[in-house]
Design a protein around this ligand. Structure first.
Ligand code: ATP
Ligand code: MG
Length: 200
């Protein structure tokens, strides 16, 4: 069973293609990191997933019960509030940003526990050293397009990368057009608010 799926998701803002034919799934019971350079389309993808913005074409589907929160509501209280609804799916946009080291440690343990309970945990972040300790699966996008998707360990192994940072920089470098993905499917989303994302 998969609770999040993107199918040829595309979003244009005027002449800007923010999300470009994105197809992937996010697996329940695992933590999936959503990575990409600034402007890659992560937040836009997550907003569409949560019904906060309409797609231009394609679609993003998700379980009805969703918990999520935004960059602007990153305190533990906000996440705790989102969890009150006992969501099956967590969609988190840069949740570690602004947390102190103890907070980051707490967040990591929380996400691990939630995934361990079989929930779908989909989280965007630029904090690669932290993600490397946290996630099971990676979805990397660049300029709106899928770059790689698969288990982090397999992807790093295959790329002979010494760190997630090295892998990310290589995968999103201008020379890199596409890195072989372990799957043609992946999923991603990002909640932009507790209230709006709480029952999407
Ligand atoms: N409401 C909007 N109107 C016009 N353009 C937008 C809008 N939202 C996003 N964009 C554009 O879509 C592209 C993707 O932006 P998005 O915020 O999804 O990227 P991101 O991966 O979340 O970046 P970051 O890592 O900086 O958070 C960018 O070019 C951005 O300027
Ligand atoms: Mg963003």
């Amino acid at each position: 069973m998969s609770t999040i799926a993107m199918e040829s998701l595309t979003k244009r803002y005027g002449g800007v293609t923010a999300v470009d034919d994105l197809t992937f799934r996010v697996t329940p019971g695992r933590i999936t990191g959503f990575l990409g350079p600034n402007g890659a389309g992560k937040s836009t993808t997550m907003r569409i997933l949560l019904g906060l913005a309409p797609p231009t074409s394609g679609r993003a589907t998700i379980d009805r019960r969703v918990g999520g929160y935004s960059l602007g509501m990153r305190q533990r209280l906000a996440l705790a509030t989102a969890l009150l609804g006992d969501p099956e799916t967590l969609v988190l946009d840069e949740p570690a940003t602004g947390l102190d080291p103890e907070g980051v440690h707490w967040l990591r343990g929380l996400l691990r526990r939630l995934a361990g309970e079989g929930r779908t945990v989909f989280v965007s972040s630029h904090l690669l050293a932290e993600l490397a300790q946290t996630v099971d699966d990676l979805v990397v996008i660049n300029r709106g397009r899928l770059v790689v998707h698969g288990p982090m360990v397999d992807l790093l192994d295959r790329a002979d990368a010494t760190s997630l940072e090295a892998f990310f920089l290589e995968a999103t470098s201008t020379e890199a057009t596409s890195t072989e993905a372990t799957s043609t499917e992946a999923t991603s989303t990002e909640a932009t608010s507790v209230s709006e994302g709480g029952s999407s």
